[in-house]
Design a protein around this ligand. Structure first.
Ligand code: UN1
Length: 491
């Protein structure tokens, strides 16, 4: 995603502002450099004791956090709507995603498996053990202000790490709420609350986490630009990075596709969350024979979408996060048109936002493009859906992969050959590849992340936990001989 604050910003306050009205909700103090230093030091100190607590016992904190999230689901969702502008159903879904990852992490605590390998030497055993890594710095974005934190934190805590969290400076109140719930979970189960530290601020705070050698892993979600700034700095100190950066997600719609299903999948992925998910659908690559019909049907569905206050029943598209997001969207639309594109639906600022208001509501846009020009290759964090056409599947796959990002992808087809081709080695080059389902709204059970400029990291389910631990390979000799590997003779 692409929200970014200018580098070197050292503002000493963080302003919580609601995109629903543009009003300031509250001003919080930013963490000073000393505060961040202390948070890292406290997390590092807490790690010494936390790493030797058995993982299934560590899971107690996460189990309790899951219970507290269940109890406070609606309240936390309300805060997410207020600060991030998500509709209530999606905000609740985001909190549900937190509850789900807590359950996953609790089960995982008994499954941090290492392998046992056959040794080539008699009387020897070869195995691997997974150990806690250290302090994990979590940098998260405004658009999933709570779920992405929980993916990282639930896994990190079960893995024996401690956490320092720098949330987006657009969503400081949801962060305070999450940190308070986790603190309470710690107190309730008798764990040291210092295992989690919250620091608030803008780029300077993130940079401090990035550069501090006590932070073993920097897990960052945000723009490609942010990832480019973080990765070399962490690499320079041989730290670890887990990057979840921009997406430019596409769906191929083949001639055999079930169009009812495709339209529903496209509309949710492209217009849902006002196009402000990393996984939002940004490109449709449709067979030319069905392109007009598909565009008509998606346009008709868009015409039914209510745009407005995300707290209101029936509203499906809330506001953009701020003026900058609106300007970026308008610039992209202008660029697309000057590249020969035609806006066939939406794109303009609408009701609830008069010229004076600092709230930005837009009708989701559909733009037919003659080719995949440079603006289509960029991730614009707003509801713009570019439509491109193809003749043969090879061409569609080539077009699909010809962007710098590689997060999520989909094909709508009822032809198994086409579906398998899309999922094969020479098919989609993304970290997520779906069949007959949109690009957004992944479950937590799978690994989440992508390739190329998306950064290569994997979070959430499957074996993503391994990024939060260090692996030790152990060779144990239980014989009275000392044979050397590879048949080496040393006297
Ligand atoms: C993000 O946009 O940063 O797959 C995360 C999805 C959500 C997570 C999105 N489960 O759309």
């Amino acid at each position: 995603m692409s929200a970014h604050v200018a580098s070197g910003d050292t503002s000493d306050v963080v302003v919580s502002r609601s995109p629903i009205t543009g009003e300031t909700l509250r001003t919080l103090a930013s963490s000073s450099s000393d505060d961040v230093d202390r948070a890292i030091a406290d997390a590092r100190e807490a790690f010494d004791a936390w790493r030797v607590v058995p993982a299934p016992v560590r899971a107690g904190v996460v189990r309790r956090l899951g219970a507290l999230l269940t109890e406070h689901k609606d309240d936390l969702a309300e805060l997410v709507t207020l600060e991030a502008g998500k509709i209530t159903s999606e905000a609740r879904g985001e909190v549900q995603e937190m509850i789900d990852i807590c359950e996953f992490a609790v089960g995982l605590s008994r499954q941090l498996y290492g392998k046992t390998m056959a040794s080539e030497r008699p009387g020897h055993r070869l195995m691997e053990t997974w150990h806690p890594l250290g302090v994990v710095g979590v940098i998260s974005a405004f658009n999933f202000p709570v779920a992405v934190w929980s993916w990282n934190t639930a896994l990190a805590l079960v893995c024996g790490d401690t956490v320092v969290w720098k949330p987006s400076d657009a969503t400081p109140l949801t962060a305070v709420a999450c940190a308070a719930l986790l603190r309470r979970a710690c107190v309730d189960v008798g764990a040291d609350p210092a295992i989690h530290q919250l620091v608030q601020g803008s780029v300077a705070v993130g940079e401090q986490l990035t550069d501090d050698p006590r932070v073993a892993l920097v897990s960052a979600t945000g723009s490609v630009r942010m990832g480019r700034a973080i990765a070399p700095r962490v690499a320079a100190r041989f730290g670890r990075c887990l990057l979840e950066l921009g997406g430019n997600n596409a769906a191929i719609v083949a001639p055999s596709a079930d169009l009812d299903l495709a339209v529903r999948g496209i509309v949710f992925s492209a217009a849902g969350t006002a196009g402000q998910r990393c996984t939002s659908l940004r490109r449709v690559i449709v067979a030319s024979s069905i392109a007009d019909e598909l565009v008509d049907r998606v346009s008709a569905a868009y015409a039914q979408l209510r745009v407005g206050n995300p707290f209101e029943d029936g509203v499906l598209v809330g506001p953009l996060i701020n003026a900058n997001a609106f300007d970026t969207m308008q610039t992209a639309l202008e660029k697309a048109q000057s590249d020969g594109g035609t806006v066939v639906f939406g794109g303009s600022r609408v009701g609830g936002s008069d010229g004076d208001s600092d709230a930005y509501y837009v009708t989701p846009a559909i733009v037919r493009m003659p080719a995949q020009t440079s603006v289509v290759e960029e991730e614009t964090f707003a509801p713009i859906l570019y439509v491109l056409t193809y003749e043969g599947l090879d061409e569609a796959v080539a077009m699909h992969n010809a962007v710098p990002q590689g997060l999520s992808s989909a094909i709508f087809t009822n032809d198994q050959r086409e579906a398998e081709r899309f999922l094969a080695a020479d098919g989609s080059d993304c970290g997520i590849a779906n069949v007959n389902i949109g690009t957004s709204g992944a479950e937590i059970g799978g690994a989440f992340g992508g390739e190329k400029e998306t950064g290569g990291g994997r979070e959430s389910g499957s074996d993503s936990w391994q990024a939060y631990m260090r692996r030790a390979t152990n060779t144990i000799n239980y014989s009275d001989q000392l044979p050397l590997a590879q048949g080496v003779d040393f006297g």
